[in-house]
Ligand binder design. Structure first.
Ligand SMILES: [Fe+2]
Ligand SMILES: [Fe+2]
Length: 231
């Protein structure tokens, strides 16, 4: 698991550190299992359209992060130090790069790059935007869990995509993996710097628990099968 515990920031999460770490660990494990299960199923019948559909949901997450990060800055940026605005904007730029790179992979598999939220990503997206409306740290808390969840998908994705010769997918996710270390570290840093009250910490935990129960679901073979576009 990525060690984002030792980051600079305040001690705003100190009172809830144990629960935060438990949520992060459990979501990473469950996503790893769901991703492994997806590629095991894919190996039984390697249909490019299935992999494209799985990647389309991943691809949407990237562009939705761009929208969320920019909205986070627009709505709440003046509560933050200027260096945190810069770092959130840097994250937004990298998420746009991920959307572009994954978009190419989707097209190379015969898929269509999503320009609106795919069915499999609707609960995930709705939850993040609801968090954005509730509290200035809630969306960051939710995407911190979502990004930690995604980091559990990397290893089984490398193994599964490599096995079927999808070297472009492996290459893209190697770069994404590097960027994610920065993103999860930044999430922890912002939360621990700006969480001040018990109410802030309750909102952070509410967002993290909610995302823990959603984040891994679009990685399962069942959800991909149920939400594929008709060929
Ligand atoms: Fe990303
Ligand atoms: Fe990210």
């Amino acid at each position: 698991m990525l060690d984002t515990k030792q980051v600079r920031g305040g001690n705003g999460l100190a009172a809830i550190d144990a629960e935060v770490d438990e949520i992060l660990q459990s979501v990473e494990e469950i996503t790893r299992d769901a991703t492994k299960s997806f590629f095991d199923k894919y190996s039984e019948n390697p249909n490019k359209a299935v992999l494209a559909s799985w990647l389309e949901t991943r691809c949407w997450r990237e562009i939705d992060y761009v929208f969320l990060l920019n909205e986070q800055i627009r709505r709440y940026g003046m509560r933050f130090q200027r260096n945190h605005i810069t770092l959130l904007a840097k994250q937004s730029f990298q998420e746009a790069e991920h959307y572009e790179a994954l978009g190419k992979a989707v097209e190379s598999l015969g898929g269509i790059v999503p320009t609106s939220v795919p069915v499999a990503a609707v609960p995930w997206s709705n939850f993040l935007w609801e968090c954005m409306d509730r509290h200035h740290l809630a969306a960051i808390a939710a995407w911190y869990v979502s990004e930690t969840s995604a980091s559990g998908s990397f290893e089984p994705t490398f193994v599964g995509a490599e096995r079927h010769g999808h070297t472009d997918v492996v290459k893209i996710y190697k770069q994404i993996e590097i960027d994610e270390k920065f993103h999860t570290g930044l999430g922890r840093q912002v939360l621990s710097t700006y969480a001040e009250t018990d109410e802030d910490r309750e909102e952070i935990l509410r967002a993290m628990r909610g995302m823990r129960d959603i984040a891994w679901k679009s990685f399962t073979p069942e959800v991909v099968a149920a939400t594929m576009r008709a060929a």
